[in-house]
Design a binder for this molecule. Sequence first.
Ligand SMILES: [Zn+2]
Length: 399
Amino acid sequence: MIAHVSSWVLPITGPPIREGAVIVDQGRIARVGPGAEVLRGFTGPVEDHGNGAILPGLVNCHVHLEFSALAGTVPPQIRWEDWLDEALDGYGGLSAEEVEAGVVRGIEAVHASGAALAGEVTNTGISLPHLENSPLAYHLFYECLGFDLLEPVDLEEIFPFLGQAAAEASSPVSAGAHAPYSVSAPLFRAIGAWNQARRRPQTVHLAESRGEEEFLATGDGFFRDLLLRRGRRVGDFQPPNLAPAAYLDSLGFLHDATLAVHGVWLSLEELDRLRRTGAWLVLCPRANRYTGAGTPHVQQMLESRVNLALGTDSLAGNWDLNLFGEMLWLYRHYPAAPGELWLRLGTINGARALERSDEFGSLEPGKRAALGFVLLSGDGDFWGELFAAGAEGRFRWIS
Ligand SMILES: [Zn+2]
């Protein structure tokens, strides 16, 4: 057993603890509380980290590690459509070795910046063996695309990776849906059924760009052109004439084990629908700014009381994979919200979204002792300093 103490301990599921202590026993949290109480009678080693905060490892709910090799090569864009073109072109120019080396660097960056658990979206599955051999815990979403799959779909026949993953009952692997403009209705149903049969969470990009709404309403616009350019059959597509969340809801795809990512262009009515289904909305605000998708309506999201978690998205569409950066951005843009809210989104909410809150997301007895520490001066505003220090890379693992 070892005790970690510092001027602050942030349990997340309880208020911050001044002069707090966390006792770790064989990789698990044994006790958390004020040092004066927790350390009474404790005879093991005590590691005093000094001025700063002990906190649980973060939960980054949305990354694409495969795009890590594109770091710095796709500049920030004004129009999301231009970003997509550049990112797809860039990815097409990478060798398999470059992609794999990027995955390894991406895992290292996500973990070093403070995440204990990540929701990884993959199109190839190549990140899986690397994640298995890393200290970063993960949930892998194997992303399915297929706008021209118009008959009932045998998912494992079309995506054999899922057949292999399904063989392992305890494997943290799900089927993921790319987006309403790239996944047909029968494919959405097959993905939903596959995940539900295994009681695993699922994910989908939702309302990231404005064109999605137009495409679902009229069958026209940027996405029709994109599908045609990529040789997909769209001639017989009957637009549902529904808003994006309403469309997914009509397919039974929205429920409390669904992570809908971005939601930049969801109306208040759509946010309310999402809340009623219990689905999670994963915010990636810096990524939305980087790619030109827009600025998420965070105030409306908070007012709607939809379940919120955080992600960074990829190095093709963000400055880094550091979740503290998303928290800092939110903290600076929404000063009326309590600072601790953003840390909750990046810890316990993410752990609940990925259905791993029995192990991650807070400092509570029995959970995995994935503890980090951020050195703080204690001057000025606590949350602002914490998020800025984390965003500058001053998080370090202590257990
Ligand atoms: Zn994404």
